[in-house]
Design a protein around this ligand. Structure first.
Ligand SMILES: [Zn+2]
Length: 509
């Protein structure tokens, strides 16, 4: 135990809600952002980057609401190197318990010349004045030197000195384009630490992208060279190939403590649930072989492996599924179990639901228990997928449906409830799903475009639950929202998912 106390603490800066959310197809409804922020706080991250307030009114509002919700973690707002951005960012986070202004400016020759069209001296002056201005508002200011890994070391150190002298409390050196290799990350961080006097007073951060699949390796190499903060996202979502994945960074540090002698404050047993929450909200299924949180990450299929694991788990297992909170799929509760047992199990599984939510889900659980003989933890996860606390307001709900299909033609009669009234419409289509979706669009008067549609079985057996994921785009601004639906009937699941995505898009400002 004493040993653990001497391990160097690495701060986890999560940017799922900024770098993750702004990547294609990952938009979240404000309620979903609040759910994710709350889950991240519960997970133990040190900093939550809540968004880029100058980008839009909706983004500003989300950052402001997250700021008033979060009590323990620092809440950061991203700002360009502009006074107007910083004012807007500060207005959004100033009421947070621990607010941070995060400013960025590119420092690489290619960005200075072609994107910013400024020379080095101008860049240094911009860094100095904007950092000082941010510090006149906030005591916690992070400066990011965008494209740091393609910036000559001497100039990067000069930029770092300027930001530090102007009062920056965290200096971040991003591998913005995912170009660096681990040895270079080490060299860069070592050079900065040796050539920026007073650097030990600030946090040194890295923010790595995964274009060459090296984001986690690069982040850990930087930490070994002395970086004290790693920026990452849940499931590695983010621009292009994504960011360093939180679960990989954290479990890398924990599993290889023997080498790193570092620690994080992440409650690793909550990783799996947060991973599922984010994947459910953005509608991105994890590949089964995804490190740490993939479906197969802990499966031992080959006979030789199974034999080894049975003899001693450590033969092939470097982490235990328990460490990240993978639910055991053991049987539990039958159809005669009461609400109390249901509620206790939810708590044990890590759900934090209000008693109204338990009341609301209990009948659905009973219904499922009646249909299936055995209800597993996987079923419960499916039933509650995406549920944390907040619900997106349901403008439309599915009341009834009737479908006839023959080969390539189908007709669907859909009834939706809205404003206490039932509206019905019949449409024909290429198949039952197509006809149903068309009828919903006609009922809601919307022209939303279907950009993705997936069906998965989320529990085992032939009476398994089907989960449909529908991603719709608004034809006006291209904004996307993901809806999910779960049912033992895949058509019903699909219709519910389509309606959920519609409800979310209708509430986006
Ligand atoms: Zn990034």
């Amino acid at each position: 135990m004493k040993d653990i106390m001497t391990d160097r603490k690495i701060k986890i800066f999560d940017t799922t809600l900024r770098d993750g959310e702004q990547s294609p197809g990952c938009s979240m409804h404000i309620n979903e952002k609040l759910d994710v922020a709350e889950a991240l706080e519960h997970l133990g991250v040190d900093v939550i980057e809540a968004g880029f307030p100058a980008a839009s009114e909706g983004e500003f509002k989300a950052v402001k609401e997250i700021s008033s919700l979060i009590k323990r973690a620092t809440v950061a707002a991203l700002c360009r190197c502009r006074k107007k951005d910083i004012d807007r960012g500060w207005a959004a986070v100033r009421d947070a318990a621990h607010p941070r202004i995060h400013i960025f400016l590119a420092t690489s020759p290619i960005h200075l010349e072609y994107k910013l069209r400024i020379d080095e001296d101008t860049a240094i002056e911009m860094i100095r004045t904007h950092t000082a201005y941010a510090r006149s508002l906030a005591s916690d200011v992070e400066f990011s030197f965008e494209d740091a890994t393609r910036t000559p070391h001497e100039f990067l150190a000069r930029a770092a000195r300027a930001a530090l002298e102007a009062g920056a409390t965290t200096l971040n050196f991003p591998d913005t384009v995912g170009y660096a290799v681990p040895a270079e990350m080490k060299e860069m961080i070592s050079y900065i630490r040796a050539n920026v006097p007073g650097i030990e007073k600030a946090d040194v951060a890295v923010h790595c992208h995964n274009d060459l699949g090296m984001a986690t390796a690069n982040s850990l190499a930087a930490a070994e060279a002395g970086a004290t903060q790693i920026e990452c996202t849940v499931n590695g979502i983010g621009e292009r190939a994504g960011n360093a994945a939180l679960e990989e960074v954290v479990m890398g540090i924990r599993t290889r403590r023997d080498r790193f002698r570092m620690r994080t404050d992440i409650v690793t047993e909550r990783i799996y649930r947060v991973s599922q929450l984010v994947s459910g909200i953005v509608g991105i299924k994890l590949p089964p072989n995804k490190a740490v949180v993939g479906k197969n990450a802990f499966v031992h299929e080959s006979g030789i492996h199974q034999h080894g694991v049975l003899a001693n788990k450590a033969t092939y297992e470097i982490m235990s599924p328990k460490d990240i909170g993978v639910p055991e799929n053991a049987l539990f509760l039958g159809k005669h179990s009461g609400k109390h047992a249901f509620s206790e199990l939810l708590e044990e599984m890590g759900y934090t639901l209000t008693s109204e939510q338990v009341d609301a889900y209990f009948p659905r659980y009973k219904e499922l228990a009646d249909r299936k003989k055995e209800v597993t933890r996987g079923d419960i996860d499916a039933l509650l997928s995406g549920v944390y606390r907040r619900r997106v307001k349901r403008i439309y709900t599915l009341k009834d449906y009737e479908v006839t299909a023959y080969k390539n033609s189908a007709s669907a009669l859909i009834s939706l409830d809205a404003d206490g009234r039932t509206h019905s419409e019949r449409m024909t289509g290429d198949g039952p799903v197509d006809a149903g979706f068309k009828a919903i669009n006609s009922l809601t008067g919307q022209n939303f475009k279907l950009v993705d549609y997936q069906l998965h079985s989320v529990s085992e057996g032939k009476d398994a639950l089907g989960e449909a994921t529908v991603k719709l785009a608004s034809p006006e601004d291209g904004k996307t929202m993901t809806g999910k639906g779960i049912s033992t009937d895949v058509l019903e699941a699909s219709l519910i998912a389509y309606i959920n995505a519609t409800n979310k898009l209708l509430q986006e400002e």
